[in-house]
Design a protein around this ligand. Structure first.
Ligand SMILES: Cc1ncc(C[n+]2csc(CCOP(=O)(O)OP(=O)(O)O)c2C)c(N)n1
Ligand SMILES: [Mg+2]
Length: 322
């Protein structure tokens, strides 16, 4: 059976603001899943709390709208219990980099084979526009009584430092590119991170759609000079594999770092790093628990006729203090 975009849509009422970047990201995820021909019942989408975290309601797949900042533990747990599922984690910059920052780092160290799409609008949209961890120092969006007193975290560099093995950036209004990025992220064996820059038309009056599109920066012919741009394929090879020499690895990391540090008037998008040299957490589990993939936890019986199959007596015996 062939799956189409319609198979990933739901009839749940959508209450995002008109013009919200979330719409483009939702479409890109749905189009990406349809193009990959993943059956909706083999996909699970998890979210934290925020406007962007309403996404699972709008995708016809399994999904859980979890707790603020806790999207990754849920998503990781589901993948480890049922490794055959395609698991996506979605949520805002506040959710993932504020309250969820510890989980963001911990997930990188494990390299579980899931995809994390971070909706980055620079604000806490749902709670009326407070500064998020990605808003620049001294910027004052219209809902802030004073300029931002904190500096921003760089999501791409934090992902790299934490061990994410696929790192990309997209833009909510470049849906074809974002769809391709999400597909590559899903296909990547390991933890994939896609940061998506998005305007928040209601609360972020600084990094607006016009700002990203360069409406205030006209060339001599009067054409806008967009701030977001696609890193050209030939600029550097984002792949690090077992075959890469030490010099090639260092060159890729240097090129990635310099792209991740760009900002302001030049916002690079595309696949920025793809590292195939790290084992996934699933492979590490398989090495310790042979047969883990053949009989994963989700398929194991845990009780018969109301009686647990787990015999905890030996464990208690081992822990007994005499
Ligand atoms: C434990 C807890 N603390 C605070 C909140 C309030 N809260 C809800 S959403 C949110 C931030 C949302 O911002 P972001 O994750 O960037 O999502 P956006 O709405 O911008 O898409 C906050 C602080 C909460 N729901 N739970
Ligand atoms: Mg946000």
């Amino acid at each position: 059976m062939a799956y189409s975009l319609a198979d990933y849509k739901t009839s749940v009422h959508n209450n995002w603001c008109p013009g919200c970047g979330d719409f483009g990201i939702l479409n890109a995820i749905q189009m990406g899943l349809a193009d990959l021909q993943l059956p909706p019942h083999r996909v699970a989408v998890f979210s934290g709390v925020g406007c962007s975290s309403k996404t699972p309601h709008y995708i016809n797949a399994y999904g859980v709208h979890t707790l603020h900042g806790r999207v990754l533990p849920f998503a990781v747990g589901a993948k480890l219990a049922n490794p055959g599922l395609t698991v996506l984690a979605v949520g805002g910059d506040g959710d993932g980099l504020g309250i969820g920052a510890g989980h963001f780092v911990a997930a990188g160290r494990r390299n579980v084979d899931i995809t994390y799409v971070l909706f980055n609008n620079g604000v806490y949209g749902l709670t009326k526009g407070q500064a998020s961890p990605t808003l620049a120092l001294n910027k004052q969006t219209k809902s802030l009584p004073r300029p931002n007193a904190s500096g921003p975290v760089n999501p791409l560099l934090l992902a790299f430092a934490s061990g994410y093995t696929f790192i990309a950036r997209g833009y909510a209004y470049n849906v074809p590119q974002l769809k391709a990025l999400i597909q590559q992220a899903v296909e990547h064996p390991g933890l994939a991170f896609v940061e998506v820059r998005q305007p928040c038309p209601t609360y972020n009056n600084i990094t607006t759609r016009d700002w990203y599109g360069g409406a205030d920066r006209l060339d001599t012919a009067g054409k806008p000079q967009p701030r977001v741009y696609s890193v050209p394929d030939q600029e550097y090879d984002p792949l690090i594999s077992e075959d890469s020499s030490e010099a090639q690895r260092l060159a890729t990391i240097a090129a990635f770092t310099s792209k991740a540090l760009e900002g302001g008037d030049a916002i690079p998008t595309g696949v920025l790093l793809r590292n195939l040299t790290q084992s996934t957490y699933g492979q590490r589990l398989e090495a310790r628990l042979p047969g883990y993939h053949d009989v994963p936890p989700a398929t194991r019986a845990i009780e018969v006729e109301g009686k647990s199959l787990a015999d905890l007596e030996p464990l208690f015996e081992e822990l007994r203090v005499v």
